[in-house]
Design a protein around this ligand. Sequence first.
Ligand code: HEM
Length: 636
Amino acid sequence: MGLLGMATSWLVLPDLRPVYAKMSFFHKLMFLVVHLSDRFWKWYNAPVVLGLLYLELRRTLHQKYNLIAVGNAKQYETPAPPLRMEAISGDATLQHNDQPHHGFFGRNTEPQPQKGQILDPHPSAVAAKLLNRKTLQDYGQQFNMIAASWINFMIHDWIDHQENLDEEVEVTAPSSVAAQCPLKSYKFFATKKVAASNNVIGHLNTRTPWWDASVIYGSNKKAEDRVRTFRDGKLKIRPDGWLTSDENDVPVSGDVRNLWVGVSTLQSLFIAEHNAVCDTIKKANPKFNDDEIFQRARLVTAAVLAKIHTIDWTTQLLKNNVLLAAMRVNWYGLLGKRFKDTFGSLPLSLLTGLVGMKKPEDHGVPYSLTEEFTSVYRLHPLLPDKIDIKDIKSSPSQSYTPKKIEEIPMPELLSDKGNDKALKLGLKTLLTSLGHQSAGALTLFNYPTWMRELTPQNEDGTDRPERVDMASLDIYRDRERSVARYNQLRRSMIMPTIKKWEDLTDDVNTLNILRELYGNNVERLDLLVGLLLEKKIPGFAISETAFFIFLIMASRRLEADPLFTSHFNEGYYTKEGLKWVNTTEGLKDVLRRHHPELVGDWMTASSAFSLWNTPPEVPSGIPLYLRWGAGSPAAH
Ligand code: HEM
């Protein structure tokens, strides 16, 4: 340990001293700022500029210490955004059509094999006693069911672990909790283990991890061909705006596994968006053939999704001025939209954003999404028990609140049944109904009971014969994949750890259950339980621990992708395509384009991800960088 290390290690909590000791001089300095801030003042209550500095230092440290590649260069290589890239550049070296678009999941923290502990405590006991919903808790006005559907829509773009279809596992609930488990036992396929280099075992992603909108276009050529009309670049869609179905009644869309009306609503909306982009590109470039229009419209639509996710969805999920500034800095840079629109990108990404950087940046670790990323996105409590269907034919009221005409239980809205219901209800009714209903809160005792006897699907959208207890399976999967438990994950993410249960909660009932399941050993606490139990930062719908995984990965999805950096230009996107991306600031803009009457009649909210009848945010008179973190992040 150098001089700085010796002089300062007493400032560092004991269990972070080993990692601190290994840091370089500059990283030690950065770490001290971050660590002392974690301990003695809170970055999210600070002035925005200091909060931004904290997040920048923390992200830099995570980029150094929390990006772990799995496999050797050839093996872990996740094909560069294949179809969309090669088709435009004509560079066959970028083309990987002959390979499945699988890459290994990377890691943010060292694997923690759980041999002998995979059923300890029993996942079904954790599910029954700590996860199972008692009464629905929701997010009130902050976060609606379009927001919940959105993140599921994104998951269908990014990740799905490949299973080993030759290895079936059965989990049987212990007799002590069997009465509280809708399924006494359930069967599923083990995650496929694939030998990577250096004796590392890895897991494969069946979806392309790039932000390439594969939820609409598919993760391989066959899926892409299935959705295309091969005329003017367009995708297949019914005249009423809903997804078409194939001869087996499976919806025609890029990803069809475990579909429900929330995801299909967004698939339908963004197919319309793609087709509208095609019209604009064709009009300006009449000589382009079908493929030239398609590839460019795909780039534009994927960028619209990435932008909405970055500056609209995330700022509703994490309602705090530091975050509002940080997400806008990721897209537009510190100098803001007006500067970037006028002068373009400067060499320093902090000034003009990650998007449009001259070169992609992977921080020395080839791009992949990670095991921990999967774990912190296990957000199934967002789902309610039923959807309230609203009457959009009634005359709009002053409160912008349509009347409820029907309640449909969630299981009726999944799979074929859900698709049939959607065809009857129509896209506009579904959008409005989801927009006016709050999402379930990410907390303990709020995991939907109906998901504990869920029929999962195969990749081709067909139902499997065996039902699963998703709450129990979520716990099992993290352990099976050697993801660190809660406290170890925090330690590895250079966050202060918990020492006793009371550090997480003072609720006596919860404390009793924690002791019953985990004894007094806080190291055993499952990651998912810790994430749901952790006290939330005011305005945050997710835990701070989950947020720090997002902090690395959300930036990485943009900065590591050539199509959001070196190739984010007119040559690839066309002039009209770039303008389309640059003038779309949120989901509300997309809705206004395709369903203006819904926005006019039923939405007062500034963001389409908050309850639609929420009053619009009043612009703050104070410039964003002069505000404090906490407090209402009024419109910019
Ligand atoms: C009705 C809606 C949903 C259904 C039917 C559903 C169903 C499933 C199923 C069957 C799995 C695979 C379980 C396994 O074998 O491990 C899964 C995994 C997962 N789900 Fe959901 N889910 C839904 C909504 C959501 C939502 C709203 C999110 C929020 C982000 C989400 C995030 C995930 C994640 C991160 C995984 C793990 C993927 C992986 O293992 O690679 N799901 N879901």
